[in-house]
Design a protein around this ligand. Structure first.
Ligand SMILES: *Cc1c(COP(=O)(O)O)cnc(C)c1O
Length: 240
């Protein structure tokens, strides 16, 4: 894919975000999801002013690190095995996908060992789809209270992956429900728990997410084209 096409896709996504959130919320931060894409395709994002990228596999982050470290803020957005935390703890800016106490404990342990405080989000399962990861909403507060006691963690907010369905009304309900939960937790002001980031929305639904108050969207194929394709199809992925 030509570089201009990549840049114009980023612009399209930004325009869509600004239009969708207009008047109600600030436009969410764009996290370009670069998983499966080689560094030669990632580096041109710098010319589009993209500062933040998302990856979902530790092994892939480690392989790409020499080329992308210090150039981008790297977000870990995928399911994380506890025994791999040590490989990325120094190099990622935010772990979006904390979904269990044992993982929080390992991040806390490694962060302290590496002399840092690791910003994290707790992944919530908005539709009771536990196979997509995420804690059930009623398990959230007990987990947050445990995490608040961990000196190596800085909880910054919530993350969700929505079901892959075309029903906009249904999705809007889920996104709005996440925003309500997020606002409520912020009002509860749990000690040492910040609620300033809400990571939700992907290529298929980021416009809805922006309209419902996401603070970060994670967008891959709307920028790079469908995964596994080097040329990409322009028509189906960028929605206006
Ligand atoms: C791959 C992935 C994305 C981006 O998906 P697209 O549909 O390509 O935009 C977002 N979030 C998570 C957790 C992912 O694994």
């Amino acid at each position: 894919m030509a570089q201009e096409e990549l840049l114009s896709r980023v612009e399209d996504v930004r325009r869509t975000l600004a239009a969708a959130s207009e008047g109600r919320y600030p436009p969410p931060k764009l996290i370009a999801v670069t998983k499966t894409h080689p560094v030669e395709r990632i580096l041109p994002l710098l010319d589009a002013g993209v500062t933040d990228i998302g990856e979902n596999r530790v092994q892939e982050i480690v392989e790409k690190l020499p080329a992308i470290r210090k150039k981008f803020q790297i977000h870990l957005i995928g399911r994380l095995q506890s025994n791999k935390v040590k490989y990325i703890i120094d190099d990622v800016c935010l772990i979006h996908s904390v979904d269990r106490l044992s993982l929080a404990q390992e991040i806390d342990r490694q962060a302290q060992k590496h002399d840092r405080v690791m910003p994290v989000l707790v992944q919530v399962s908005p539709a009771g789809e536990e196979q997509k990861g995420g804690v059930a909403p009623d398990e959230l507060r007990p987990l947050l209270r445990e995490m608040a006691r961990m000196p190596g963690l800085e909880v910054r907010g919530l993350m969700a992956v929505m079901p892959n369905v075309p029903d906009e009304t249904y999705l809007t309900g889920l996104f709005s429900g996440m925003r309500t939960l997020f606002d409520r937790l912020r009002e509860e002001a749990i000690d040492r728990i910040a609620m300033d980031e809400l990571s939700m929305g992907m290529s298929g639904d980021y416009r809805l997410a922006a309209r419902c108050g996401a603070t970060m969207v994670r967008v891959g194929s709307a920028i790079f084209g469908p995964r596994g394709s080097q040329t990409g199809g322009m028509n189906d992925v960028v929605s206006g």
